[in-house]
Write a protein that binds this ligand. Structure first.
Ligand code: AGP
Length: 597
């Protein structure tokens, strides 16, 4: 996720901007840059660390400027793609956090009108649009330019010869820091905290005009009153946006990163979308498509099998990348898809190379642009989770699922009505997750209960079997409680021997063709005196009769139950670990990226 900062006031802007960029480094980034308004606009930017850029930039005279840390989404991390971006005349400089869904179309139109582009980014369309609409009124030009833009953004615009910065947001956060004869603007609070703790939060659709003298906030073309908030957090607290741990922050970011991920796929007409990769065409015959991954990404692949087989009827083989390397026969389907958050997992990279050598067309689903996986693959689809700092994968898993849903659903051409329903459901997922995240009391209560045990089973069937695996993985990673994810029907083939009053069972129910079998499994478990926590859809009145505790999740089309259920289980693991006083973001013996086989 990119970080943006801006300053206008009586002091030299350069050191203030660099200090703000250092304060945003915790988010992870691959390149950075600043622009200062002197007589014109001077831009310095490059791939690499803020510290390196700071050393190379000479003293720039100017009391207004903007800065950026980039997490690449469109175009590799290099000097040209780094922000700020300018228009042809070099009069307007823009920093942007977000994704412009219709940038290809806008870029084409602007090029036809004579604009010259130099980067591969979506963001570069914004300064060109401002240049196109500028008639001596910066605020008006920015407002008009943003009407053309579909997607999400937080932007700051710096213009030569103007005393104001103009900032705007839709979908991505933006704050204004209030100073004395100076003002600040940034994507998040830590960027301004060294200078001020007086902050105004912009709302979606707001446009802010920031000058030395003061600030104005425009909403729907009218100036609105704003409310100042005092931030009492330390810089470290602010980096976690006030959440106690990065993991909790990242769990809460899921509705937003899902929206960000969908922007590139769904059209604005509400019921359709365009697949960047048509699986039906790529696969071409009946050989199975192979999914390769490790850990949490492997669980996403297992969910992917259900989705792709159900929606497209294409047979799918799922392999642990750490095991497939020992099979004599490498994956030999027409298409292999590697799923890896980091893009650097050694086992996954090795499996990818083998699949490619065996003649597979290789697709990578990864969160990191320019990662090794993206360089090995023939085609890459990027998840838009932004940097994930907690070692336990949460939001990266959710967006891996969203990509798999999108790949399958948008390759589906058979029944237009069913397609429209599925696209609609996808769109509604973020809102349903927001509902789940806004009421966590039931989950906290169950977590308090689980925290006293040393062994827990998670059971599910169908699409929720991999979610049982993921729920168990999350719990053991961060709470150090022994946990096993099980296909519910498998318990009686051996693990029943372990069940008793000291082994709680978390049972995941969905009202699909697995429901009755799951209820029977719960009864069998209860008969062995094991306490049961059931995860069930809101309005499910049956389950309370059998389970000791029930966690309710919003009702969704059954194909999507994996997403709401996994978020509930992430929270269950989080609050259990918290209850046990574990170091949640940095669990013992684990690394964020596993670069050895
Ligand atoms: C999950 O919480 C993990 N930390 C781990 O299982 C991870 O998913 C696995 O190492 C694979 O990583 P990747 O997605 O970066 O390839």
């Amino acid at each position: 996720m990119c970080g943006i900062v801006g300053y206008v006031g009586y002091r030299q802007a350069q050191p203030i901007l660099f200090n703000s960029l250092f304060r945003l480094e915790y988010r992870g980034y691959d390149s950075c840059g600043i622009a200062i308004a002197d007589n014109g606009i001077t831009v310095y930017k490059d791939a690499g660390k803020v510290g390196n850029l700071e050393k190379r930039v000479p003293h720039l005279e100017g009391t207004a400027g903007i800065g950026h840390t980039r997490w690449a989404t469109h175009g590799e991390p290099n000097q040209i793609n780094a922000h700020p971006h300018c228009d042809c005349s070099g009069r307007f400089a823009v920093v942007h956090n977000g994704i412009i869904g219709n940038y290809r179309l806008l870029k084409k139109q602007l090029i036809a009108e004579g604009h010259r582009f130099i980067s591969e980014t979506d963001s570069e369309v914004i300064p060109h649009l401002i240049e196109k609409y500028y008639r001596g009124d910066l605020e008006g030009a920015v407002a008009t330019a943003l009407k053309d833009v579909e997607g999400c953004y937080a932007i700051i615009v710096l213009a030569a010869g103007e005393s104001d910065l103009v900032a705007a947001r839709k979908g991505n956060p933006l704050i204004i820091g209030i100073g004395d004869r100076e003002n600040f603007v940034a994507s998040d609070v830590p960027a301004v905290l060294d200078d001020t703790n007086r902050v105004v939060y912009l709302e979606d659709g707001d446009l802010g005009v920031i000058s030395t003298a003061g600030i104005r906030i425009m909403r729907d073309g009218r100036e609105v009153a704003w409310e100042e908030k005092k931030i009492l957090w330390s810089v470290e607290d602010a980096q976690r946006a006030g959440y106690e741990h990065f993991m909790l922050k990242e769990i809460h970011e899921q509705p937003r990163v899902i929206r960000d991920t969908l922007i590139g796929w769904l059209s604005s007409d509400e019921s359709s979308g365009e697949s960047l990769v048509d699986l039906t065409k790529m696969q071409g015959d009946i050989r199975p498509l192979t999914l390769l991954a490790c850990g949490t990404s492997y669980h996403a692949a297992l969910v992917g099998r259900y989705i792709i087989e159900k929606v497209l009827g294409i047979p799918v083989r799922v392999e642990l990348a750490s095991e497939v390397n020992y099979y004599d026969r490498p994956p030999d389907g027409a298409v292999a898809i590697a799923i890896t958050q980091s893009g650097e997992t050694a086992d996954t990279l090795r499996a990818m190379k083998r699949a490619k050598a065996a003649g597979c067309l290789l697709l990578a689903i990864t969160n990191v642009m320019d990662s090794s996986a993206s360089r090995i693959a023939d085609e890459v689809v990027y998840t838009r989770a932004g940097p994930e700092i907690g070692v336990a994968a949460t939001k990266s898993f959710a967006v891996q699922l969203i990509i798999l849903y999108s790949l399958a659903i948008l390759s589906y051409k058979v029944d237009a009505r069913r397609l429209a329903d599925l696209v609609m459901e996808l769109r509604q997922l973020p809102e349903k997750l927001e509902r789940l995240l806004s009421d966590k009391d039931g989950i906290k209560e169950c977590a308090g209960y689980l925290a006293g045990y040393e062994s827990v089973f998670f059971i599910g069937r169908g699409i929720n079997y991999p979610i049982a695996l993921e729920g168990a993985l999350k719990l053991k990673e961060i709470s150090y409680i022994h946990a096993e994810g099980y296909a519910a029907g498998e318990l009686k083939h051996g693990s029943f021997a372990l069940l008793g009053e000291n082994t709680p069972v978390v049972a995941i129910l969905a009202r699909d063709n697995t429901y009755q079998a799951m209820l029977s499994n719960i009864k069998e478990v209860k008969a062995r005196k094991a306490p049961v926590i059931a995860l069930a859809e809101e309005g499910d009145d049956n389950v309370g009769e059998f389970a000791d505790m029930v966690i309710s999740v919003p009702a969704v089309d059954l194909l999507f139950s994996a997403v709401v259920n996994v978020v509930a289980l992430q929270l269950l693991a989080y609050y259990t670990a918290r209850e046990r006083g574990c170091p949640i973001d940095t669990p013992r013996n684990l690394a964020k990226s596993v670069t050895v086989e």
